[in-house]
Design a protein around this ligand. Structure first.
Ligand SMILES: Nc1ncnc2c1ncn2[C@@H]1O[C@H](COP(=O)(O)OP(=O)(O)O)[C@@H](O)[C@H]1O
Ligand SMILES: [Mg+2]
Length: 321
């Protein structure tokens, strides 16, 4: 059974300037044990798509429309508000860019982790602490005894991110949703954390969604990729195919922007032009402003997402079928 099924999801926010069309007609799915990367530059609708699935968006301003919004068989569109936390806690755990925001600065790390276990499992405090210690070992936390007795501000960024991954995994979720989990870390620590997430996913068989603006981050951590731009899905593919034969012009541009991807080239290649304004997105392809191949047809109509096979689909009028 699919763990996550999102079909034709659109999300608007009401703002003083009008309706922000953050996500437009997005479909994606995740099977049990699969790993999926969602990539695209900042503002493309990656986080909002997953926050909509988990119903974590502000209800006063966000309008969610979808044909399907299923999490582990639960219809998240119809799920009563008091049930939501239970469903989320049982199925999905989140890891964010800024672990400092996820921990309460006034409580020790060990107490916060133990509290999480006690909320989700019917165990004693001492059993909860044993689970926490085991989990800190599994995330290869250095000096875990000290960490348990530390306040968040006493840990380095990398250690805090490990603590946050431990907090996410201690609930034994079916899927881990990591939203830019390493963006705030330096490159060496970034690589260690990605390796850790990849290893834990293999070990536990949980599903993984890795949201990032950086293709380099997903290259070694996930199997499949959804490329988003301007609130829409541009391409669905496997990591191998994306790096081997990217089809969509935006995917190609993203690949070229990875540092070190081209020999001798250290500077990021900038994609010329601006992203579309989400207050009045274009009727046609959102990438047409910046695409070398675009012509009038790309301005007039949004290309349908054309499926090539089970894993590959591309939304581009200029990619030959
Ligand atoms: N709470 C909100 N209110 C209004 N607009 C929002 C809100 N959250 C996100 N947006 C807008 O939605 C669009 C998509 O945002 P987001 O999904 O966060 O992008 P990203 O791909 O970087 O994760 C952006 O234009 C952003 O400004
Ligand atoms: Mg985001």
């Amino acid at each position: 059974m699919a763990l996550i099924e999102i079909e034709n999801l659109s999300v608007n926010f009401s703002s003083p300037d009008g309706q922000v069309q953050a996500v437009r007609d997005v479909s994606l799915a995740l099977e049990e044990g699969q790993s999926l990367g969602i990539v695209g530059e900042s503002g493309s609708g990656k986080s909002v798509s997953l926050m909509a699935l988990l119903r974590l968006l502000p209800e006063q301003s966000a309008t969610i429309n979808a044909n399907k919004l299923m999490l582990d068989g639960v219809n998240m569109l119809a799920c009563p508000r008091q049930e939501l936390a239970k469903v989320r806690g049982k199925v999905a755990s989140l890891v964010f860019q800024d672990p400092m925001a996820s921990f309460d600065p006034l409580f020790k790390i060990g107490d916060q982790l133990t509290e999480t276990v006690l909320t989700h499992f019917d165990v004693s405090s001492s059993e909860a602490l044993i689970r926490v210690e085991k989990m800190l070992d599994r995330v290869e936390m250095p000096d875990s005894k000290r960490v348990i007795n530390s306040y968040p501000h006493q840990l380095s960024g990398g250690m805090l991110q490990r603590a946050m991954i431990a907090m996410a995994l201690v609930c034994e979720p079916k899927v881990l949703i990591a939203d830019e989990p390493t963006t705030a870390l330096d490159v060496t620590v970034q690589a260690q954390i990605l390796q850790l997430i990849g290893d834990l996913q293999q070990e536990t068989g949980m599903g993984l969604i890795m949201i990032t603006h950086d293709l380099g981050v997903v290259a070694e951590t996930v199997d499949n990729i959804v490329v988003m731009y301007g609130g829409k899905v541009m391409e669905q593919t496997s990591v191998f195919d994306l790096f081997d034969t990217p089809r969509h012009p935006y995917s190609k541009a993203l690949l070229e922007s990875i540092p070190g991807q081209l020999p001798g080239k250290r500077k990021l290649k900038e994609i010329p032009g601006q992203s579309p304004n989400p207050l009045s997105p274009p009727a046609g392809c959102p990438f047409h402003f910046r695409c070398e191949n675009a012509d009038q047809s790309c301005i007039d109509q949004m290309p349908p997402l054309t499926r090539w096979d089970q894993t590959n689909a591309t939304a581009c009028l200029k990619v030959a079928s």
